[in-house]
Write a new protein. Structure first.
Length: 477
């Protein structure tokens, strides 16, 4: 798969994504602004033309009427002084006709205007001729009726032209609206595509960093850290890869240290145990009751010390063995019987009862890891249970999961310890009933093995009368 192009800086990537998303919107806004501006300009021009046409055509009708009145006064009174008023109105008629001629008239309207101008010129020629007879003057004055009709026709054509302009504006506005609609219909999916692409480009390297940090935090050090993105984020990925190598080295050093220490401790510990066994068994002679008690204490503590060393070794190798599950059909009651047999002496020493509430069932799990989980939980319950009490182990199916609970009647878990009870080497505030403190690894191993199965371990209840731990594992029938 071809690697997408990334700028060198994450800031540049953000700016590029913003510009990429904003560019179509900017183009759409500019296009809409231009369309609206053109429509506004055309509307303004149409309104001006309509006003001029209406005013000029109305003025033309008024002038034709005034000229007719002047001409009739001249014909009746035969006084040429009335021709002076006629001349003034005629001059105004010429100006109005020129104004109408400059406006956008259709062909019939322009023909009507030309007819008004030509007819007035013919009438004026007759009225201004000195030799014109009264009958000719009366006939010329009668021609104003036709001029009035032509002027009225011109006004009607002007109104029709205004109506056509209004219709054209409506069509233009509708077309602009359709263009804006389709423009938005096209830009919305484009924006979604661009936003999705920009989000993917930005989220991908951040997601890789987050996944790498989570893996390092959970101790999964096998997978290399690889981050593809801007150069500064790739540099962070390189630093995380360096950290992974450092953590792997530290893990190896820790395991070597644990192996070396355990080896160094085993030899003197074996000698101590052997000596304690000899003293306890009376192989070196009889012991006084007080001496026998001391020998028993030495023997018990040597056994406890060996268990703690084994716990350390077990936890040191846990990260490498936890993910290696050997899943097979396992009879749950057989695992519980093995745990009970292993804890028989510890139970008898404190006169405790181990009560099982588990139906017969076969589950597909790693049987050995399940045994270690139950052994640690039961061992923890024995350490904290008062003498003569009982420890209850229950199991049930819940959907595709196996739910196991181990409850004791001890002092319970202090509220301030609840969040950290499954941390390695963490010792709770409440003391166990015993001479030797635990290693703080039992519950950590329980949690690790539960997570290896894809499940979890949790503190179910925290009552004054004891603690109840719950382990949930996904299982197959």
């Amino acid at each position: 798969m071809r690697r997408p192009y990334y700028p060198r800086s994450f800031v540049k990537l953000l700016l590029g994504g913003f510009v990429l998303v904003a560019l179509p919107l900017a183009v759409a806004l500019v296009n809409s602004a231009v369309s609206v501006d053109r429509l506004a300009e055309r509307s303004r021009h149409a309104i001006d033309s309509a006003q001029q046409l209406t005013r000029a055509s109305q003025r033309l009708i008024e002038l034709v009427t005034a000229l007719e009145r002047n001409a009739r006064q001249f014909a009746v009174l035969d006084d040429r002084s009335w021709l002076d008023a006629y001349a003034l109105n005629r001059e105004e008629l010429g100006r109005v006709a020129a104004e109408l001629g400059a406006l956008p008239l259709d062909a019939p309207g322009r023909a009507a205007l030309d007819a008004v101008v030509a007819g007035e010129q013919a009438i004026h020629a007759t009225l201004s001729r000195d030799s014109a007879k009264p009958a000719e003057i009366r006939a010329a004055v009668g021609g104003f009726a036709a001029l009035a009709e032509r002027a009225q026709s011109l006004a009607e054509h002007a109104r029709a032209a205004i109506g056509r302009d209004v219709d054209a504006l409506r069509e233009t506005a509708a077309a602009a609206q359709r263009i804006a609609f389709w423009q938005m219909a096209a830009i919305v999916p484009l924006l979604l595509l661009l936003v999705g692409g920009a989000t993917l480009l930005i989220a991908r390297p951040i997601g890789e960093l987050d996944a790498a940090i989570r893996r390092l935090g959970s101790g999964e050090l096998a997978e290399p850290v690889s981050v593809s993105g801007p150069r500064d984020l790739e540099y962070l990925g390189e630093r995380l890869e360096w950290m992974r190598h450092a953590l792997v080295g530290l893990e190896e050093q820790k395991n070597r240290f644990l192996r070396q220490v355990s080896h160094e401790l085993k030899t003197p510990l074996a000698a101590v145990r052997e000596g304690a066994e000899l003293l306890t068994d009376g192989a070196l002679g009889g012991l006084a009751p007080r001496q026998q008690e001391v020998a028993q204490i030495v023997r018990g503590n040597s056994v406890e010390l060996q268990r703690l060393i084994e716990d350390l070794l077990d936890y040191g190798a846990l990260q490498f063995r936890a993910s290696e599950l050997n899943l097979r059909p396992t009879r749950l009651t057989e695992v519980l019987d093995r745990v009970a047999a292993a804890q028989q002496l510890a139970l008898a020493g404190k006169e405790l009862k181990l009560v099982f509430d588990c139906p017969e069932m076969d589950v597909r799990v790693d049987g050995e890891k399940l045994r270690v989980i139950l052994d640690n939980l039961v061992s923890n319950a024995i350490r904290f249970s008062p003498a003569g009490e009982s420890i209850r182990v229950s199991a049930r199916r819940s959907g595709g999961r196996l739910v196991i609970e181990v409850a004791d009647r001890g002092p319970g878990i202090a509220p301030e310890d609840r969040e950290r009870i499954f941390e390695a080497f963490y010792q709770g505030r409440r003391e166990a009933d015993g001479r030797v403190r635990g290693s703080g690894l039992g519950l950590a191993i329980v949690s690790e093995y539960a997570q290896a199965h894809g499940g979890r371990a949790e503190l179910a209840d925290n009552e004054a009368t004891g603690a109840r731990f719950r382990v949930t594992l996904p299982v197959e029938g």
